[in-house]
Design a protein around this ligand. Structure first.
Ligand SMILES: Cc1ncc(COP(=O)(O)O)c(C=O)c1O
Length: 397
């Protein structure tokens, strides 16, 4: 069971605001400031450098990895936290390519987040331009898995449309064809149940600043399956992925297991915020969360379609085919979203024309959804968005 009244009370949401952007940056758990304050005063302040040993800072990437691992169905000791998601994509991809040295194709889809594709491009270039990044439309991905493919790099939920891939089917087909699979769980972890071990993921990566609510710039994570973890040679040979970092040997030897995916000094303050955020997740049943998320995303679609003619649904209607966000298209999407934010409903905009709403049952319910759609309908009816101040592009959309 999950008590959604209790979870709602765990977050600080500014009064009068409806926050529909937890798929981009989760809100602050109320416990986080005190946790950070404690870490700063009692740990950093009082212990200074002895905190690395006395307060377990050095073990945090593994300990938090296991806490996250429970949310993604990972075996214990197979997830480690650190760096940014782009870096974890690079690590996973370079490791996966080592397992299939004779294959030359990295397959992904055009709905994937650009940074995943950019990291693949950069890696291909570093490896001497001998690989191909093959991109197809999201619905063509399964058919595009052939024996040429070495690595399938797939983000489960499309950041723009909220369309959800069938990871189980894609992974089964990829394995039948002898390919490795990397799951990017940026829009899945904390949004829906994930089963990396049962689903056969070779590698998985994700971030913690979205649905997990660990704060801006919070660290990413990587999962490596038991089959590969002791064989892959990390491409980023940082000292904290070394077998004996404090021996300061001149040559690199990878640590055992998932520790080899660490790179450098962990961001301890951000990890303390992640630790606090995960306390909420200990009380959440992911099956129950998914059921609620589908009810709420369904309601959002219904309400917008009923009250906002002119907006075109971009998210799949079928429950199983969507994540925990709802997206609509409009050629005036940017200005409409600015007007909406101005009137206290926060979502975001993704070029070229997507209005995006994260529907997060931990702190959003039917009332917020109905009120948000009322404001949206008012903006559209009165063309309130058509004001010069709403057309001015800000650096972050
Ligand atoms: C699917 C996906 N991959 C990669 C990234 C990039 O993450 P980071 O900025 O942490 O490197 C994002 C960011 O939103 C994302 O949604």
């Amino acid at each position: 069971m999950t008590d959604f009244a209790w979870t709602r009370d765990q977050f600080h949401i500014p009064l009068g605001l409806i926050y529909l952007d937890g798929n981009s940056l989760g809100p602050m758990p109320k416990a986080t400031p005190a946790r950070l304050e404690r870490m700063m005063t009692e740990e950093w302040g009082e212990r200074l450098i002895t905190g690395w040993n006395a307060c377990g800072w050095m073990q945090m990437p593994r300990r938090l990895g296991d806490r996250l691992g429970r949310l993604i169905g990972a075996e214990e000791g197979h997830v480690v936290v650190g760096d940014t998601l782009s870096i974890k994509v690079f690590q996973a991809l370079s490791a996966a390519l080592q397992v299939v040295p004779e294959r030359r194709v990295i397959l992904s889809d055009r709905g994937n987040f650009p940074s995943d594709l950019y990291m693949a491009e950069g890696l291909i270039h570093m490896l001497g331009d001998r690989h191909e990044l093959r991109l197809v439309a999201p619905h063509e991905l399964e058919d595009a898995i052939t024996e040429e493919v070495g690595v399938l790099l797939v983000t489960e939920v499309d950041y723009r449309t909220g369309r959800r891939h069938d990871l189980k089917a894609l992974t089964r087909k990829a394995h039948d064809m002898g390919a490795m699979v990397i799951w990017d769980l940026a829009h899945s972890v904390g949004a829906l149940p994930v089963h990396v071990a049962a689903g056969g993921a070779d590698f998985a990566v994700g971030c913690t600043y979205k649905y997990i609510n660990a704060g801006p710039g919070a660290p990413a994570f990587i999962y490596v399956s038991p089959e590969h973890v002791d064989h892959v040679e990390p491409a980023l040979c940082g000292w904290l992925g070394h077998d004996k970092p404090f021996s300061f040997e001149p040559g690199y030897r990878p640590a055992e297991g998932i520790e080899r995916m660490r790179v450098g000094t962990p961001p301890v303050l951000q990890m303390a915020a992640l630790d606090a955020a995960l306390d909420v997740w200990d009380k959440v049943d992911m099956g129950r969360l998914r059921k609620r998320s589908l009810e709420l995303t369904g309601l959002m679609i219904e309400e917008i379609e009923m009250n906002c003619p002119g907006l075109k649904l971009a998210t799949p209607r079928e429950n199983e085919a969507r994540g925990s966000q709802v997206s609509f298209r409009s050629e005036h999407g940017y200005a409409i979203m600015q007007a909406l934010i101005d009137l206290g409903v926060i979502g975001d905009f993704r070029a070229p024309d997507i209005l995006r709403f994260g529907i997060t049952p931990l702190y959003i319910g039917e009332t917020e959804i109905k009120e948000a759609v009322e404001v949206l309908a008012r903006i559209l009816r009165g063309a309130l968005w058509d004001h010069p101040k709403y057309h001015r592009r800000k650096p972050v959309t």
